[in-house]
Every structure is written in structure tokens, then in C-alpha cells.
Design a protein around this ligand. Sequence first.
Ligand SMILES: [Zn+2]
Ligand SMILES: [Zn+2]
Length: 870
Amino acid sequence: MINFQKIESKWQNKWESKKAFQAKKSKKKKFYCLEMYPYPSGEGLHMGHVCNYVIGDVYTRFKRMNNFNVLYPMGYDSFGLPAENAAIKHKTHPKIYTEKAIKNFIKQQKQMGLSYDWSRTLASHKEDYYKWDQWIFLQLYKKGLAYKKKAAVNWCPECKTVLANEQVINGKCWRHTSTEVEIKELNQWFFKITDYAEQLLNGLNKLSWPEEIKTIQRNWIGQSSGTLINFRLKDTNENLPVFTTRIDTIYGVTFLVFAPEHPKVLELVKGTKYESKVKEFIKKVIIKDKFTRTSEETEKEGLFIGKYAINPLTNEEIPIYIGNFVLLEYGYGLVMAVPAHDQRDFEFAKKYNILIKIVITPKHKTLNELHQAYIEDGILINSKQFNGLDNKKAIEEITKYLNKTKLGNYSTQYKLRDWLISRQRYWGCPIPIIYCDNCGIVPVPEKNLPVKLPEKVQFGKEGNPLATNKQFVNVKCPKCKGKALRETDTMDTFIDSSWYFFRYCDNKNKKKLFDSSKVNYWMPIDTYIGGKEHATGHLLYCRFMTKFFKDLKLTKFDEPILKLFNQGMLHKDNVVMSKSKGNIVTQEEIAKKYGIDTARFFLMFIASPDKDKEWSTTGIESSYKSIFKIYNLLNEKQVKNTPELENKINKTIKEVTYEIENFNYNIALIKIMDYVSYLYKKGCTKYSLEVLAKLIAPLTPHLAEELWNKLNHKTLISLETWPKYDAKKINEKYEMQDLFIEQTKKDIYNIINLVNIKPKKIKIFISESWKYDLFKKIKKEIELTRNPGEIIKKVMDKVHGKEIAQIVNSIVKDPSKIPEVILDQKTELLILKQANFKEFNAEIDIILAENSTENKAKNSIPGKVAILVE
Ligand SMILES: [Zn+2]
Ligand SMILES: [Zn+2]
């Protein structure tokens, strides 16, 4: 029995004591590999986690051995609601809960054999980390990119906090799937990510990310080009801006529609008879998710709000409505409705009896009555000086006119909204703002950072415990020294995660966010590994932050992640493995029983890393056997080097290198195990075992170190150089020899099974010699044509006419009958004479077909013998 647990902890200790994986700036080419830093849950890690981390570790170890200067750090996304709730549930403090969880995470991650640089670790709840969140906030505030406004926000009564739009799913909280999200009007802090909308969109083009993720981001940013036009609110001088891509229909506008949750709406109806009905309507609409609201099947519903606007081109009075199909995210949350030329508006107008005005007609036909909206192109009518214009042309002309008369302009709009960052919870980074009666909003001076999160607070009461903490709330105004109050909102934890990977480059810096030269050396991240679910949250925020840092001249690059890799999920019983589903297999139990290398082997072997995988006990058992098989090769007999062995070694190096580089770890393992079987069959040399140890080093690093050590090396294999292959030593011929023997044996087995006797004698017929040339010719011709007649013409001879026709016809039907490499008769004979057929326990007779009178002999072709058993 081999004690893998003992072996594993031995090498883990060696790596740690030798600081094997600490990254230092050097002249080598750098490689920054990263996994999304985890929220440290108190529940410990299971096989699903092991799977995620090992993907990155394999790649990093591979790059390190390929002479890259590798940065591979790990940290913890330790602020946030889950930790706060879990702590309350366990009647402990979030800090105690979190730090205990982190300790456990580190312990388990070390037991996985992950090659992190532990000297660079960080956790976002630590003062020396969140101090820099606050510093970043102040820089954004200085540039006008952090601002406060009243906003209708999603509020989960269970979480007692604001939810971002992407945290509302079907009107319910993402954490509390049965709790309806409410809408509250609150004064909230925002980051003006919309200022970067265009850059965020254009930057996507140069990234090597999965297309799926790029498309999601493009749609989320949602760019459209059109016209901005100002309607006037009747009896006021107030402009109501509207964005439209169809300004050609401006003369057909018969009403305006606000998104119900638009802040202007409540202002307009305040104190009027419409107020209560409008409020009721808003409540009803807002809990529906956006997809449902705008879907064609959803019935269009709305309400007149008692106000009118003036169309700036016709001076007509137009009623203002709210409607369920208008979203705040689109344009200005207010749309001009043209029922004659928009189907949605048409349905709405019919339902509420609003005027329908035709302003575009087909070229040679007059429209009188509409049964549905006319949405095709056409000619403008009822449009004053623009009558007769082609409608596409009219878009241009009318926009020009608006521009000239200062009533409107060209405009590009984005669906992207500003980033709402206020959270009314305790366990987060305090926003460094003070409110003074005299001075208004006063940012905390940089020298006073960090604004520390007080540890003594009362949990379990309603609302945010910071708000009732007098010591925290009451402060002196930094400007006038008068009495003032602290902001009690904390930051969205997506701020912590939007820049943490910068800090890894210089995690101990006390004076600055980071040293620019260090960040410019390591960043951008070369490969970032994480889940698809972050497409619109984290992966957008961190791009925004990177662009902002560049504008602050802190860095030289404007995209943080060159390559993104989405890993697949581990399933058990066909559901994702997770504590809440009750289907976890813990790391501990597997490591104890089989060793962690077995788990690593299994998880990388069952499917390529980007695919979902299913846990299986038989799978782990057979991986365990594979690990033994590799280890026990040490005891096999040593043989002399041969060109054949050299071929196998070099070919395996070439293939495994390619497969790991391209994240096909499963195929790499298949090639490695094929190599192992080969060495068992043919015997091994010390070099062939050294190569094996190196090839498995990224995948099963403990086993690799052990083998390396047993092969009398004193160095760590993790820091050795990846083996190089010599293309000159790769010769397909050797592969073909093996394949030829395998194939022959398989054929013999099949025949024995078929005739069902224990053979005394096996006759093997090797193809007639003329067929080898014929096959070579056919191979060439079949690449040009699949027409048997044409091929026969080219390869015909005077002696074997009928046979050649038969052979060509059967090959055209199934071209796999041609071996990849066509040997010759002499070689085939030699190979089989040297092969070992002992397993059949019979007399073996190898005969050239031309020397036999057996009919069967004629069936043999190059690469495939004919067989007769007696
Ligand atoms: Zn909730
Ligand atoms: Zn003041």
C-alpha cells in the first residue's frame, strides 16, 4: 500500500518551506493566471470547488515549467450579505465567522496542492484592503463619477437591502426566491459607469473571450443611434427629452409614454386625483421582470396621468401616459408613441381610444384605415415641409432641422444604467462621506482613511446596524469642525471585486493603491477562470474600473483580462454539486480515501474543463488504479533505448504539450495513460520515466514530485523545465507497426470468437506484393476524385484487372480501408515475425499470400491480414 496522504503533505510542506511558487519580477515573460476570488463560506470545500481550482492550477504549473514568470494568487471576497446573514444565524460576529472560514479555505486549498503564491493573499474585509476601496471612491467623487441621487430601487424586505437589477429574478429576490421585491424611493450612491459605455462596448472587440459573454455584454450595454427631441411640458418651460430611432414619424405622434417607475411621474401626479391610481399601477408593473414587460405577448397596459406635452414640430397638445412596456433603461424612460407606425403603440392606442395619425404611406398606394401598424418604409405625408420625402431620407432631414432650430439633435443611447452601489447593511466597506448642515456633502480627507467599520454593533434589530451606532454616526465635519453625520450605507461588494487583481501585484503597499510599475509588469491578466454568471456584473465592473485607473494615469492598459475561460460545473445525480442541493462529496473524504491526486486526475479526465461533468464513484476508483499504475512503473524492468521508444517519447511530449496548452486536459491524460501502457509493454528507460513525471506534474503534482525524487533528483519537479520534443525522432512508421500488430491480434480474436474453437494452428496471410503499390496509387487518386471509374482508369494494370476494380470500388465506399501509412510486404512480414502471439496458445504460421493456394489468402490487403484458424 502506498500512503498517498503522507506523500502529498510531504510535498506540500516542501513547496511551502522552499517558497516554490512566490512570484518575483524577472526578465522572463510573465504569465498572470487567476481564478475569480471566492466568497469564503463557512461550509468548507467539496469536489465542485476542487474541480474549479485545479483547472487553473494545472495551467499555471504548465506555464511555470514552460519558463514563464507566473503570478498565481488567491484571495477572499469576504465582505457581503451571505457572511452577515450566516454570522447572525450562528450568533457570532461576521468578522469572526469570515476569518474562521478563510482559515479553513486556505487549509483546504493547500491540501489540493494548488500552487498559489500565498505571500500575496488578500481579503476584502481587511482594513488595509478596503481603505483602498474608499480611496477609489474619493477619486471617482472628485471626477464627478460618484454621485448621489434619489432613485426608485429594488428592495428585498428579507435582505433588508437594495438589490441591483440583475439580482431581481422574476420579480423575486435572487437569494429569497419566494420573496417579492418591493420598490422604494431612496437617496443612493451611484458610479457613473455610463460615461464609459462607448469604451466598454468598443473594448470588447479586442478581447479573447467566449463570444457568448461578449454578446451578453454588448446587449447589456445596448447601444442605439437615433435622435433626441425635446417635447415641452404644457404650461411650463420644462423640456421632456425623448429618444427615438424613428424621427421620420414625428408628425404622427399622438401620445407620450413614461416608464411607470420614472421619478418624474410621481412628481407630476403629486397631489392630483391621479396620484393614488398611478402609485397602484407602478407597484403592479414594477415587480414584473423586463423581459416579460416588453415581450410581444404581454398585454399593453397604461394610464393617463393628467398632463400634456407640446410636440415641438406641430405645436399640438399630446396626452402623457405611463405604460408597462416602457423601460427606464431605454432612452430617457419616456417614448413618443406613433400608433400608425408601431404595432405596440397601435395596440395601446386602440385599447385607450387614442388618435391614430398616418404619416407614412407606401409609394403607389394611399392608406386610409389601418388594421395594424404600417411599419414598412415609404413616403412622408401629413408632415408639412417634409411631405414626399423617402422616410429614410426624412430621418436625416428632420434631425438636421431639429439641430438647426435647437429642438433636438443626433444621439447615441445606451441601455446601460449607472451602477447603484449603496447597501443598507453592516458587513461592507463604509462609504467615506460626511454630511454637515453647514457644508453639505463632505468627502472624508484621504489622510483620515480608512473609515473603519466599527466592530461593536447591535445585530438582529431592524435595518442597518450602522445607522443606530452613535459612535460611528456622529462625527466632526472635516471642513467646519461642526457637528456632522457619517454616511451609513456601505459599498456593494462588487466594488471590492472590481479591482482586487490589481492589488495582488503589490498587496502590501501601505502608501498607495499599488505601485504602477509592478502593475504594468504583471497586468493585464493573461487567463481568468470563472463562471458565466458574472457576464453582466463583475466582468463589466472590473473593465470599468480598469479604464478609470488608466484615466487616473495609474496604469498603461485599459482592459484587465485578455483571455477569459468559463469552466463547466461538476454535477452529481445530474444536478450541480452544492451544499443546498444536498449532493456534495467533500474534499476531505476523497483525499483521505484516495489521495487528492486521484481526485485531480479524475476531475480533469472525465471531460474537458469547459464542459459540465458528472461525479462517479467507479470513475474515481479507476482513476485511483491509474495513479497506482503510474507509480508502479518505477518497478518495471529497464530496457535499452531504441528509435521506437524515442518515437513514442517525443510524440507523447508533442501531443500532451499541445493538449494542455489548449485546455484539453482530458485528452492529455488519455495520451499520458497510453504512454504508460506502452512503457509497461515495451519496458522503460530512466529518461522515459523522467518525461512521464514531468508530463503529469501539472495534473498530479504530488505523484510527480515523488517519482522525480525516486529517480534520484534532488530538485522540485514543479520548478523543472518542461520536456522538449525532437521532431526528427518522431516517425509514424513505429506507430503503424504497433497499430498493425494490434489490429492483427484483434482480427484473430474476432475469428476465434466467431468459429468458437480453441485453435491449434493460426495461419496469417500477408497481402500479395503488388497490392502495396496499388494502394499507394489509390491513396493519391482518391484525394482528387471519388469516382471509381476515373480511379480505376489511372491505377489499372494488365494482370489484375478484375481484382483492381473490386478493390477500388470497396475503397471508394469506405476509404478507411487505406492504412494511414502503407508499409511494404517485407516490413509487414518482419513485424509479424517479431511480434509475440503467445497469448493465443497456438502454432502461428505467417505466409505470403502468393505462396498459398488457400482462397482466403487473396482477401489480405496492405495493413490487414487474412486469417485462418484450425
Ligand atoms: Zn432577499
Ligand atoms: Zn461643515
